[in-house]
Design a protein around this ligand. Structure first.
Ligand code: HSE
Length: 303
């Protein structure tokens, strides 16, 4: 086994508005997982987001995912020590769980030196985490359209790259929100009118992101009627920021299940738009953090 290996996994934003459970994109904010074999015992050290709250034993999602990989290849080392550096806010809608799962799997693959193909890594990761719209961009980088089949266990996808004429900005409130709770807020049925509205925006969004469309088209394309109206009711502060930024003409959507927001802006406007977003967020409360990021087209790996 190699002495120590380190892998980096990007944060991800799922849904992007109308692409509920179907669209996800990777951004430049990376979880780092370093693993070193030891003679016995498993040890984990976490720095950054979740350093105080995440479990430090085998129930930690990174360790659980490593063990899934070791069991998958039939080779669990007698012990190892793991260092996790996490800049991804937890419960924010930025794919921290997906990054932990993919980080565990990739670190375990690197340390065992097993040549498990990407397609198998995708299926393994999706079976642990269950949100392919975060898992796939975390694993592959870029902008990914996920489409399951009738057989729920089969993950299928189409990957592309968003235009670098556009810049993603994420605004993260102080308090997280549980994805399970945000999913419970969804209705059993939607109207035909809302389904048609959302399907047309999702199609427009893929075209707009890959071609680098202007703000007016993007703002229209990031409109959703399937999940956001139900979820925003549970997140009043996010809802207020969302509606103020939309009224100002920005292309904004809930990041994943929320409560963070994603804005997509033309590159030359990124600094002024970020200032505008900061002002609107901070007028609501002081705890918001605003990150001007970049698309990440490289997926998980040793870097
Ligand atoms: N598509 C999922 C949802 C993403 O919106 O519930 C969860 O991060």
């Amino acid at each position: 086994m190699p002495a120590a290996v380190k892998v980096k996994i990007p944060a991800t934003v799922a849904n992007l508005g109308p692409g509920f459970d179907a669209l996800g994109v990777a951004i430049k904010m990376h979880l780092e997982v370093e693993i070193e074999p030891r003679r016995d015992s498993v040890e984990i050290h976490v720095e950054g987001e979740g350093a105080e709250t995440l479990p430090k034993d085998e129930s930690n999602l990174v360790i659980r995912s490593m063990n899934e990989f070791f069991d998958h290849v039939g080779r669990r080392p007698s012990g190892y020590s793991v260092k996790v550096r996490n800049p991804i806010p937890l419960g924010a809608g930025l794919g921290s769980s997906a990054a932990a799962v993919v980080g565990g799997l990739f670190a375990a693959r690197a340390v065992t030196g097993r040549n498990v193909p990407q397609s198998e890594m995708v299926q393994l990761a999706a079976s642990i985490e269950g949100h392919p719209d975060n898992i796939l961009p975390a694993l592959l980088g870029g902008l990914v359209v996920c489409y399951g089949t009738e057989r729920a266990e089969e993950v299928r996808y189409f990957r592309m790259e968003p235009s670098d004429r556009l810049v993603p900005i994420v605004a993260v409130p102080a308090q997280g929100f549980s994805t399970e709770q945000a999913r419970r807020a969804l209705p059993d049925d939607v109207s035909f009118v809302d389904a048609q509205f959302t399907a047309s925006r999702a199609a427009l969004l893929v075209a707009a992101l890959s071609s680098g469309a202007g703000t007016e088209v993007l703002a229209e394309a990031m409109n959703d009627r399937l999940h956001e109206p139900h979820r925003l009711k549970l997140m009043p502060e996010t809802a207020a920021v969302h509606s103020e930024l939309r009224a100002a003409g920005l292309a904004v959507a809930l990041a994943g299940a929320g409560p963070s927001l994603l804005a997509v802006v033309p590159r030359p406007e990124s600094a002024t738009r970020a200032e505008q977003i900061r002002r609107v967020c901070r007028a609501r409360s002081a705890g918001w953090r605003v990150f001007v990021s970049e698309w990440e087209n490289q997926g998980a790996g040793a870097r």
